[in-house]
Design a protein around this ligand. Structure first.
Ligand code: NIG
Ligand code: FE
Length: 417
């Protein structure tokens, strides 16, 4: 494999520094290098600096390398999407129409649509069909500059289908260029057949599903939808504490539709991240900052549900590390566009363009435990790089609603452009 040498980036965003989640002013530190250059060999970054610094090091080896002239272009780390439900069957465009006609998200779910509809379609799909459908979405992520993705189960809600979804992600992690990190989310909804017997379903999660998921090493994280009408904070805590016994790190869909103590619970159980947080309380935000829980904010979901976005600005000012994500799923955020999510982080949550990039790279990597390998351009990390058709990181966020991706490299191999 030939080395890759990118030269003359008008702005090279490295996000270099230590690999812990960035907070406060740290979220504005892009480690920006003007006329920047990066050399990648055997899939890993060997040197980062100005073009003249790297010319001094590699001038004699330039014939060996694929040299890319990034004059006039912004270059950043590959984006990281730390929260998706990417491995699902089917589609729900009819529900989109129903919501526009006045139905609410929870009404649709409570009458057998929503998560239940996707659960039926995911149960019916074969493993190969799910691989095929998920591949198309992962290809679209790559085309939007995303090189690492987290994906959740939770459209099985029975042992067999939960395992099927996780195996699909394992296969794709091995075969698709994207790094795909799996989260078990048996606690995504109470299956319709368990209505009124919620505790019995939680027994299934705790006694059957977690055992198998951990025995087959199919997931790193354990997530739960803590929401009025889904799982209470007490039930969510039981699921997350049980996961911890199997080495699964907690994550929580918290305070998405109603303020329900989800942020507080994230701090209490030591979750790596709490997701959504549209209705998180001031006290919940304070406790998250204190406990070091990363806020994973999903502004495209808020837009798609026509809800007010999470208070991203206030969270950063309160000392919470913020990451952003598409939440790619068939119901509340059917998108793979991290570009749009970055735009919305600025427009609807008042993050600055610099904070937004940190939220979509290093902090996102930290939210899925991938910060030693991806999320910044530093020696030893993977050569996951995006060259954008804009000349500054501010322009990337300002020219909104457009996919500015020029080329993408994953582990030093060109995958887009
Ligand atoms: O993160 N809120 C719960 N789960 C997903 C949506 C799932 C669906 O509607 O299919 C979310 O928004
Ligand atoms: Fe989600």
């Amino acid at each position: 494999m030939r080395p890759l040498w990118i030269k003359h980036a008008v702005q090279l965003v490295t996000v270099a520094g230590d690999n812990s989640p960035r907070i406060r002013e740290g979220m504005s530190d892009l480690g920006l290098i003007e006329d920047g250059s990066v050399w990648i060999e055997h899939g890993k970054i060997v040197a980062v600096g100005t073009t003249s610094e790297l010319e001094a090091l590699f001038a004699e080896r330039s014939d060996e390398a694929d040299v890319i002239d990034a004059t006039g272009r912004l270059v950043t780390p590959g984006l990281v999407d730390p929260h998706t439900h990417v491995a699902y069957g089917g589609s729900r465009e009819r529900e989109f129409e129903m919501r526009l006609e006045g139905a609410t998200y929870m009404e649709i779910m409570n009458t057998g649509g929503g998560i239940h509809a996707t659960t039926r379609m995911t149960r019916e799909a074969t493993e190969d069909e799910l691989v095929e459908q998920t591949t198309r979405r992962l290809d679209s992520f790559l085309a939007h500059g995303v090189t690492t993705v987290e994906g959740k189960s939770g459209y099985g809600l029975d042992l067999e289908t939960e395992l099927k979804q996780l195996r699909v992600m394992k296969r794709l992690n091995e075969t698709h260029p994207i790094d795909l990190v799996a989260t078990f989310m048996g606690g995504h909804a109470v299956p319709q057949t368990y209505k009124g017997r919620e505790e019995e379903y939680i027994d299934v999660i705790v006694n059957d599903m977690l055992t198998r998921v951990s025995a087959e090493k199919l997931a790193v994280f354990n997530d739960v939808f803590c929401e009025v009408g889904v799982f209470t904070p007490e039930q969510s805590e039981r699921i997350l504490e049980a996961g911890k016994k199997y080495g699964l790190i907690p994550k929580i869909h918290a305070d998405e539709i109603e303020s329900y103590g989800g942020a507080e619970l994230a701090a209490k159980v030591g979750a790596i991240s709490a997701e959504h947080l549209l209705k998180a309380s001031d006290e919940g935000i304070r406790l998250m900052a204190e406990a070091g829980v990363i806020a994973c904010l999903l502004p495209a979901t808020a837009l798609f549900l026509r809800e007010e976005a999470a208070r991203g600005r206030a969270m950063i000012d309160a000392g919470v590390a913020v990451a952003i994500s598409t939440d790619c799923n068939p119901g509340s955020s059917p998108t793979t566009s991290m570009s749009l999510v970055m735009n919305l982080a600025c427009i609807s949550m008042r993050l600055t363009p610099a904070e937004t990039l940190v939220a979509a790279t290093l902090n996102a990597a930290c939210a899925i435990g991938m910060q030693e390998r991806v999320g910044s351009l530093e020696v030893g990390k993977q050569g996951d790089i995006v060259m954008w058709n804009v000349s500054s990181y501010q322009e990337l966020q300002y020219l909104f609603g457009v996919n500015h991706v020029g080329s993408v490299w994953k582990k030093g191999v060109k995958v887009v452009g």
